[in-house]
Ligand binder design. Structure first.
Ligand SMILES: Nc1ncnc2c1ncn2[C@@H]1O[C@H](COP(=O)(O)OP(=O)(O)OP(=O)(O)O)[C@@H](O)[C@H]1O
Length: 273
């Protein structure tokens, strides 16, 4: 098992008004999940269901209120920032909007090379070769090396974001709505790229999205979050046939039919009529 959570819980305190008493909001509520090495787990749920909070807990960016996180069997719950540092290279995040996370004064080469500065010492030429290798992995031509983020299209920016996340040699890639700002054909292309990278590099992927149609194609398993809880986990390709929770059925029925080959599976269409 690469990473596992046991009854993981995160509460925030919210103060509505100046005089009112602070209330506890449970963003993640006793979530137990398992990610085996090489697996792609989809995490779906509506806005505010706790997906991003769960990913921040997994990456050690926030402390959990209770519960445990195990990485390769070792309990890493509550590890300090310093202690998490070597592990952080193994767990990388791809943002929804990579552009916002780039330094606008950095070229593509500098952006992708930045995480390499924390690893083993490389000469300038070795670092450039590594950047070229990473750009080739995400299918971005080397003529973009000296471009600035604002000179790239949305898809190219996401490719740079993925290349940067791959630079430290991660085992786990957490992708938080990575393609939601792209149009549908490009989203399909990027999904294909992610699938290829996952197979080629043996990555374990946590793919966070609102879109059930995406996860059904990409993921081995899908965990459905609702109000901070994982209400069910399902095999990726058989969501329609296996889901039982009313919230999952509602989410699946909201999947738009994009083209004939993305029509919902026959079994669900029959149940709907
Ligand atoms: N730093 C924070 N302080 C207080 N409350 C927070 C904080 N982060 C998240 N929350 C609350 O936790 C709940 C879950 O939020 P979260 O962002 O994890 O949901 P989400 O499913 O990722 O939503 P989205 O898809 O819109 O990103 C929400 O009610 C949110 O308001």
């Amino acid at each position: 098992m690469l990473i596992e959570t046991q009854a993981l819980t995160k509460q925030y305190r919210h103060q509505r008004g100046w005089l009112s008493r602070a209330e506890a909001v449970t963003a993640v509520d006793r979530v137990s999940l398992q990610l085996e090495q090489g697996m792609t787990l989809g995490l779906v749920g509506e806005s505010g269901s706790g997906k991003s909070t769960l990913s921040r807990l997994l990456l050690g960016l926030e402390p959990a209120t209770s519960g445990r996180i195990l990485y390769r069997g070792e309990d890493i719950t509550g590890w300090s920032f310093r202690r998490m540092q070597p592990l952080r290279a193994k767990m990388q995040l791809v943002f929804q909007n990579s552009f916002a996370s780039f330094d606008p004064l950095f070229t593509v080469e500098q952006i992708v090379a930045e995480p390499l500065l924390n690893g083993p010492k490389l000469s300038a030429q070795e670092r450039r070769n590594k950047v070229l290798e990473l750009l080739s992995l995400v299918e971005l031509d080397q003529r973009y090396l000296k471009r600035y983020p604002h000179e790239l299209s949305g898809g190219q920016q996401q490719r740079v974001g993925i290349a940067r996340a791959l630079a430290p040699g991660p085992e786990l890639l957490v992708c938080d709505e990575p393609f939601s700002s792209l149009d549908f054909p490009l989203r399909k292309t990027m999904l294909g790229l992610l699938l290829r990278l996952k197979r080629q590099l043996g990555l374990t992927v946590l793919f966070i999205t609102h879109d059930l149609s995406l996860v059904s194609e990409l993921c081995d398993r899908v965990a459905v979050m609702y109000r901070g809880q994982v209400v069910e986990t399902l095999p990726g390709g058989q969501i329609a046939g296996t889901c039982t929770h009313p919230y999952t059925r509602q989410l699946w029925q909201a999947v738009p039919v994009q083209a004939p080959r993305y029509r919902k599976p026959r079994d669900l269409q029959m149940k709907e009529t």
